[in-house]
Design a protein around this ligand. Structure first.
Ligand code: OFO
Length: 164
C-alpha cells in the first residue's frame, strides 16, 4: 500500500475512534442528566463508530498496510443542553464527511481503486449520519425549555436499535 494512503487511512481510523469516544462521552453526559433515551441513542451511535474504525483497521491490513494506533485525547465531559450536544454531533459529522471526501480524492489521485471502492460505503454512510441528526436538532429547537416535550422526545430516541 502507498505510504501516503496508509498514513491517511490510519489517520481516519484514529478519527473514527475519536467519534466513538465523543459519542460515548455524550451518552454518559445524557445518562448523568437522567435522559436515558438520548443516552441510549448515543451509545448506539458510539457502537457504530467503533464499527467504522474496525472497517478502516481491516482495510489497512487487507491491503498489506501497517496499522498504527495513536492515543486518543480526553473528550469533552458535558454539554450545556441536548441541543448543544446534538448540534456538536452534526458539526462533527460534517467534519468527518469532509475528511472522507478528501480520502476519496487521495485514493483517486494515487490510483488506489480498491481503497476508492472501500470508501464509497463511507460516502453513503455520511449522508445518513448527517441526515439522522438534522430532524433531532430541529425538534430540540421546537422543544426549547418545555420539559414534558423533552421527555417525550427522549422516550422516542430510546427506540434506536444498533444496525451493525
Ligand atoms: Fe459518524 O461516521 Fe464515522 O465517524
Amino acid at each position: 500500500m502507498n505510504g501516503e494512503m496508509e498514513k491517511a487511512l490510519n489517520e481516519q481510523l484514529y478519527e473514527e475512534m475519536g467519534s466513538f469516544y465523543l459519542y460515548l462521552a455524550m451518552a454518559a453526559d445524557f445518562a448523568a442528566k437522567q435522559l436515558p433515551g438520548m443516552a441510549k441513542w448515543m451509545e448506539v451511535q458510539a457502537q457504530e463508530e467503533m464499527g467504522h474504525a474496525m472497517k478502516f483497521y481491516r482495510h489497512i491490513l487487507e491491503r498489506g498496510g501497517k496499522v498504527s494506533l495513536k492515543a486518543l485525547p480526553q473528550p469533552q465531559g458535558s454539554w450545556d443542553s441536548p441541543l448543544a450536544a446534538f448540534t456538536a454531533a452534526l458539526a462533527h459529522e460534517q467534519h468527518i464527511t469532509s475528511r472522507i471526501h478528501a480520502l476519496v480524492g487521495l485514493a483517486r489521485q494515487l490510483k488506489d481503486y480498491p481503497t476508492e471502492a472501500f470508501l464509497q460505503w463511507f460516502v453513503t454512510e455520511q449522508v445518513e449520519e448527517e441526515a439522522q441528526l438534522e430532524p433531532i436538532i430541529h425538534r430540540l429547537k421546537l422543544v426549547g425549555d418545555h420539559a414534558p416535550a423533552l421527555f417525550m422526545l427522549d422516550r422516542e430516541l430510546a427506540a434506536r436499535e444498533a444496525e451493525e
